[in-house]
Design a protein around this ligand. Structure first.
Ligand code: ZN
Length: 236
């Protein structure tokens, strides 16, 4: 197994990793860099076959529906299978009605299902549903040539599904040869600090709403399903 990190090792977002085994290739994530001025094909990593003419490229796996992990799908051939969570694919498809400019609509393809392994060419792929603000997010184990790579994708432990991350930490995958771990919040907090949980957010919203004299509006990403659940939990 050979692994090439095309982007994401020295910056947050824009993630893209290519994996090679027995002459076949997989791409994990094809993200738009966070500092991109627009979604332009100039940001595509230099990977053979993105125009769909190279059968050695088996698929693109998308860990979760955040632009810095899938945005550059807008510039690759529809002939390349895109594998992602079924709900994530539905969210991106529906969002495309409102965001027409280079918003990728992933072509049909297989769906990641948590803890259900599947084989693709020489690769065995096992996804794990994980807590993240991007809905339907997965960490992924890729196995080939007797080696095991763990790609965490983006994750957190302060969302509504923190238990999923906790479950993975309590029962970590064994015999991992390569660990690609997201670290976008490393150094952002001091040791004693933590991000607010969704319960904290709910409580703050209740306070704000209770003390407001007039109309109160909430501004949140329409794709952050956990946050919308927090908003809708108010008053229960
Ligand atoms: Zn993300």
């Amino acid at each position: 197994m050979q692994v090439c990190i095309h982007r994401g090792a020295k910056e947050i977002g824009g993630s893209c990793v290519e994996i090679l085994s027995e002459g076949k290739r997989l791409i994990i994530d094809l993200g738009l860099p966070l500092d991109a001025d627009k979604n332009d094909e100039k940001y595509l990593p230099d990977i053979a076959g993105l125009n769909g003419d190279d059968e050695s490229l088996l698929a693109v796996l998308i860990s979760h529906p955040h632009l810095d992990h899938f945005g550059l799908l807008a510039h690759i051939s529809n002939k390349i299978p895109v594998i992602m969570g079924a709900d994530a694919r539905r969210i991106l498809t529906e969002a495309s009605r409102f965001l027409p400019d280079n918003w990728p609509v992933p072509p049909a393809g297989s769906a990641l299902r948590s803890e259900i392994p599947f084989e693709l060419g020489p690769f065995k792929i096992t996804p794990f549903l994980i807590d993240h603000s991007g809905y339907d997010a997965y960490a992924i184990i890729i196995e080939a040539d007797g080696k095991r790579l763990f790609y965490s994708g983006d994750f957190r432990m302060h969302g509504r599904k923190a238990g999923l991350t906790g479950k993975l930490i309590d029962n970590p995958p064994q015999n991992i040869d390569v660990l690609l771990l997201e670290g976008s919040t490393l150094g952002r907090l001091k040791n004693h600090e933590s991000f607010p949980s969704e319960t904290d957010i709910e409580n703050q919203l209740v306070d704000t709403f209770s003390n407001a004299k007039g109309l109160t509006l909430v501004h949140a990403s329409s794709q952050n399903i956990d946050r919308i659940v927090s908003d809708c939990s108010l008053g229960k």
